[in-house]
Design a protein around this ligand. Structure first.
Ligand code: MLT
Ligand code: MN
Ligand code: ZN
Length: 308
């Protein structure tokens, strides 16, 4: 059994974003049901319904735990059903939640060498005390069993693989040329399995080259980067100038978009996650949301549960 809970469906900044008054965010602020507020990008997954691994640790993690009874402490004086955290990149929206998971609580932390290196290089992450929280490096392309802090198996295994993308915004090296010093381990997708069933989680991805299409073809379930609807959405909505491509994200619509790229791949269930506040699919009655739905895409929401 694989149980997945969407802890946060929105991209960095969440929805509505604290300082944003764009048309989409205004609908979110209004609280009139036209657009559902969403916290920042994270999934929880479990093979037994008891112990959970978080895929990324969002700055909203405290609220997400509060909203998710399965993640509340259950036994003794100190306890958490969170057995571990796996990181897919070092974006603020994916690592800042680690700072909330201090208090000498044992759990396992997994990520690529590059992403874990970012934590080592920044001593604030030592509040997640390495004496209690073991940091485990995952090699790309290797099937890895996720272990709990006491060494017991979680029943979950993962394979991480590089996807087109970009180093975290706050780690960009302007002097390193067009890709800001990005290497393969900076942005990965992950295949999560309980030994029988599997799903893919790819919250940041800049394009869909043939090797990625082959990998996800025929999958039962895919959570995919839903940052923007169109590539120049930030400028079109008047809130910024960066394109989705510049931020390492492929848009949903159009000939180069994810909807077109994944249409022929025979994927059982396709769910957009990491949805930016400027993306009109946040609006329940938008034509864009209807168009994604026609192509078989669901839009993740906080608290969404999926079982395989
Ligand atoms: C992204 O997904 O591009 C980043 O989370 C952006 C950010 O750090 O705000
Ligand atoms: Mn992000
Ligand atoms: Zn906005």
């Amino acid at each position: 059994m694989l149980k997945v809970v969407v802890l946060g469906a929105a991209a960095g900044g969440g929805f509505p974003q604290w300082n944003c008054n764009c048309d989409i965010c205004r609908a979110g602020w209004a609280g009139n049901g036209l657009a559902r507020p969403a916290t920042q990008s994270s999934l929880a997954v479990s093979a037994d319904g008891e112990t959970w691994f978080l895929l990324n640790a969002s700055p909203d993690i405290r609220q997400q735990i509060g909203q998710t009874p399965a993640l509340h402490p259950r036994e003794g004086r100190r306890h958490s059903p969170i057995g571990g955290v796996l990181l897919t990149n070092a974006d603020v929206d994916h690592v800042a939640g680690l700072l909330t998971l201090r208090e000498s609580q044992p759990f396992s932390l997994y990520g690529t060498g590059r992403v874990l290196g970012v934590l080592t290089a920044n001593s604030i992450f030592n509040v997640v005390n390495p004496d209690f929280v073991q940091r485990n490096t995952i090699e790309l392309g290797e099937n890895t069993h996720l272990l709990l802090a006491d060494g017991r198996p979680s029943g979950l295994s993962v394979e991480m693989f590089p996807v087109p993308g970009k180093v975290a915004l706050w780690l960009e090296d302007e002097s390193a040329g067009k890709n800001f010093g990005t290497v393969a381990e900076d942005t990965v997708g992950v295949k999560v399995s309980d030994g029988e069933r599997a799903f893919f989680y790819i919250p940041g991805c800049a394009s869909c080259p043939p090797e990625l299409a082959e990998r996800i073809e025929g999958a039962d379930l895919l959570f995919f980067d839903g940052t923007t609807w169109i590539d120049d959405e930030m400028s079109a909505t008047g809130v910024g100038h960066k394109t989705g491509q510049r931020m390492g994200h492929m848009c949903m619509s159009g000939p180069d978009g994810s909807i077109a790229a994944m249409a022929p791949l025979g994927i059982g269930r396709k769910i957009f996650i990491h949805i930016n506040n400027t993306n009109p699919v946040h609006l329940v009655n938008s034509p864009e949301r209807a168009e994604a739905g026609k192509d078989g895409w669901e839009i993740a929401y906080d608290g969404m549960e999926v079982e395989l």
